[in-house]
Write a protein that binds this ligand. Structure first.
Ligand code: SF4
Length: 326
């Protein structure tokens, strides 16, 4: 690991002021420290933000506010989250291990980097790690990689389970920078790779995520987070689906569908949502929605299986969320 300077911040504006070039905010450190040990990220300074007052989970007039420094397990186990946003608890509990969930923060979860193996191997080309060096995965072993929204510069996927649920719940992100604050929809935080795959998200240099807000009314009843992976814990998604439904008798009144493990950002299935809205909640309609969701999917040499796995996962998530099996 390269030598670096360590600074501990006690208030938000001081943390932002302390961040200079080639420096990073340090929260739970569950991803950043690994990247530093492997020489993938080599900051000259770390600004420890763990003492900032960003650890609240509280009601607002329109929903719930979650501080960016809450740990994954604090949010997953909070009574208000369990009551109003069980989809979020499910997604948290599908991620990582209990030890990691106790350390990792909400803001850090949003900032975690892809788990593309070429990104982690400094001997191999990777446009995300070294812009312009090429993409080893494109012609390489791309079993875990994207089937939506990729570019010829990068076909990596976002690894966060939490972000899939937050996109489905239409959360908003609160950001603070030297020139003030801004709020943006969670769905607009992560980005597609395009020609600049080194940028995972739209955060500007020096900006800090301070909190998230979740709107009410939520989806308290008919929800499911289905994560399909190579082993049943401590593994990243091959494909995941966040499904949330509001049912009116046997009809779909409202629906949110977002997939993980398939794109550089949480992948919302708007065509499937549009098809299902107002229709009977039947397996036949779920299958048609999954078919529509897969339009435009493109697989690579080793991830062809996702073209079958993903629609099957959508149908299964909808069946489990709705309780409809036939
Ligand atoms: Fe790097 Fe992206 Fe290619 Fe993986 S897919 S090697 S992260 S550029």
């Amino acid at each position: 690991m390269n030598p670096f300077t360590y600074v501990r911040a006690t208030e938000t504006s001081g943390a932002i002021r302390a961040l200079g070039r080639d420096s990073h905010f340090l929260a739970g450190g569950t991803n950043l420290i690994d990247l530093m040990k492997m020489g993938i990220v080599t900051p000259e300074k770390l600004v420890d933000i763990t003492h900032l007052p960003l650890k609240h989970i509280s009601r607002t007039p329109t929903g719930l506010s979650i501080g960016a420094l809450c740990t994954n397990s604090e949010v997953a186990d909070h009574p208000l989250v369990l009551k109003h946003y069980p989809l979020l608890s499910m997604a948290f509990n599908a991620g990582a291990s209990p030890q990691l969930r106790n350390m990792a923060t909400v803001g850090g979860n949003m900032m975690q980097r892809t788990r593309c193996p070429y990104f982690f191997d400094t001997a191999l080309p990777c446009n995300k790690r070294v812009p312009g060096s090429g993409c080893g995965a494109l012609q390489g072993y791309n079993r875990m990689h994207a089937i939506f929204g990729a570019s010829d510069q990068c076909i990596a996927v976002n690894p966060s389970d939490m972000s899939i649920a937050l996109t489905a719940l239409e959360a908003t992100v609160h950001i603070q920078g030297a020139r003030g604050g801004r709020i943006l929809p969670f769905a607009d935080f992560h980005r597609l790779p395009g020609d600049t795959p080194e940028k995972d998200n739209v955060l500007e240099p020096g900006e800090l995520i301070t909190s998230l807000t979740l709107p009410l009314p939520a989806f308290p009843d008919h929800v499911h987070y289905l994560k399909i992976r190579d082993r049943t814990s401590y593994a990243f998604a091959l494909v995941s689906v966040a499904a949330a439904l509001q049912l009116d008798g046997g009809n779909v009144r409202a629906v949110r569908l977002v997939m993980g493990g398939v794109a550089h950002k949480p992948w919302r299935l708007e065509a499937a949502e549009d098809f299902l809205r107002g229709k009977p909640a039947t397996v036949e309609n779920f299958r048609q929605a999954a078919y529509l969701a897969m339009q435009g999917a493109k697989a690579y040499a080793y991830n062809q299986f996702k073209l079958t796995l993903a629609p099957n996962a959508i149908v299964q998530a909808l069946k489990t969320a709705s309780g409809v099996t036939a």
